[in-house]
Ligand binder design. Structure first.
Ligand code: PMP
Length: 436
């Protein structure tokens, strides 16, 4: 196998030069800059099903899927039609609509882990509000989070976070006051002792433990069921809440997300991505009792001009209606299992130091042989190999998110044919990575 010639990037390059004049780093979200992989970011013109087309006319099978929301693939006809229909009546009213009830009903009637929900416009907003709710409800200030877990760009959670922060080698953000960061206790994943010690040291001060349903922003760090249940028990014992950030895993692992997968009942759950069908929606939910702390029922203030926006609700309704159909997750997860298994068989046969992690339709490729469960176990030097891999895959028409710390997603629109093509491209690209 030989390396393929690089794809054309002239038009993307021109657009990027222009964008750099307008936006810091030429992008409106840092993870989009191809900072840790080869070349300039690709400017996308169109998506359809599992395919993406860039400004230079290159076509890719897409495994980034807008970083998770597109579980039905790009430009799904049912979502597009519903959105177009709803838009005929206007885009925003700042007053309640029946569409909010419809999406809430769809969620709550299929999800026994929460009783009430509040819609917001992004995952960050959902988590920010959930944290405020936990603090208001428990009347405590401190939050315990895990190293490598990303919960959006919420001030007090941008401490040892993953995602773009780890990609750029700086795991905490400037601009977060020390006094805010002081309210955040950070411990390693899979470390019971550290969690117990934190509860001893900060007795009656911890409002909540927050964890990603399955940590998926710093590699895919699949936690043992025992550890997740331990978090449930230790938070309950200390009258703290357990917050599951299911912005990625919610409606991805199933309608009841990672909480059902682990068979654990968190006190507050946050959602984003999938529930908006590709439009900006986030949400947080909890029991009737906890949610009664939220304004205008209770003292915890949280609001939004575009919250529950009718067009965004329409996209969510159309998408979740498909996901609620019987067998949806079974089929999707089976497809993902077959895909990842055959890559494992290939790399084992070739003795490559490469591991595929997957849960449901989320996967992560690690250039390592270890069973990685914590952020610290990822060797930053292995990202050099990812860089070659990413370039070879792009040159073969496969689009992965531009960082070796990010996970990939399989959608219902990825057919067997495209997954076969992808596997072949992966095999050829790995042969090149391990030859160099
Ligand atoms: N929580 C998790 C687990 C996430 O993965 C993300 C985004 N990747 C967020 C929160 C923030 O969501 P958003 O980017 O929509 O603000």
């Amino acid at each position: 196998t030989t390396g393929k010639p690089d794809i054309a990037r002239e038009k993307s390059g021109e657009l990027y030069e222009k964008a750099k004049k307008y936006f810091p780093g030429g992008v409106n979200s840092p993870v989009r800059a191809f900072k840790s992989v080869h070349g300039t970011p690709l400017f996308i013109e169109k998506g359809d099903g599992c395919f993406l087309w860039d400004a230079d006319g290159n076509k890719f099978i897409d495994f980034c899927c807008s970083w998770g929301p597109l579980i039905l693939g790009h430009n799904n006809a049912k979502i597009r039609e519903k959105v177009t229909e709803v838009m005929q009546n206007g885009m925003s009213f700042g007053a309640p609509t029946a569409l909010e009830n419809e999406l809430a009903e769809l969620i709550l009637s299929n999800n026994k882990l929460i009783q009430k929900i509040r819609f917001v416009s992004s995952g960050t907003e959902a988590v920010m509000s959930a944290i405020r709710l936990a603090r208001g409800y428990t009347k405590r200030d401190k939050i315990l989070k895990f190293e490598g877990c990303y919960h959006g760009h919420v001030d007090s959670l941008l401490v040892k976070a993953g995602s773009g922060l780890v990609t750029f080698g700086e795991t905490s953000s400037a601009g977060v006051p020390k006094s805010f960061a002081d309210e955040t206790i950070v411990v390693s994943l899979n470390d019971r002792k550290a969690v117990e010690e934190a509860f001893e040291q900060f007795k009656d001060q911890i409002a909540a433990i927050i964890i990603e349903g399955v940590p998926a922003n710093n590699g895919l760090l699949i936690q043992d069921k025992e550890f997740v249940h331990f978090l449930r028990d230790v938070s309950a014992k200390n009258n703290s809440l357990l917050i599951f950030d299911e912005v990625i895993t919610g409606f991805r692992l199933g309608f009841e997300g990672a909480a059902r997968y682990y068979d654990v009942k968190p006190d507050i759950i946050t959602y984003g991505k999938i529930i908006g069908g590709g439009l900006p929606v986030g949400a947080y939910g909890a029991s009737v009792e906890i949610m009664s702390s939220i304004s205008p029922e209770g003292p915890v203030y949280q609001a939004g001009t575009l919250s529950g926006n009718p067009v965004a609700m329409a996209a969510g309704i159309a998408q979740l209606t498909e996901l609620a159909k019987s067998g949806f997750y079974k089929d999707l997860n089976k497809k993902a299992e077959e895909f990842t298994d055959s890559i494992r068989r290939f790399t084992t046969a070739k003795n490559y130091k490469f591991k595929v992690f997957n849960i449901g339709s989320i996967f992560w490729f690690a250039f390592s042989e270890k069973d990685i469960k914590t952020a610290e176990e990822i060797d930053p030097a292995s990202m050099e190999k990812f860089k070659i891999f990413h370039r070879e895959l792009l040159n073969r028409g496969i689009y992965l998110g531009p960082s070796g710390y990010e996970v990939g997603f399989i959608s219902a629109a990825h057919s067997k044919i495209e997954l076969e093509k992808t596997k072949r491209a992966i095999f050829d690209s790995l042969d090149i990575v391990f030859r160099t």
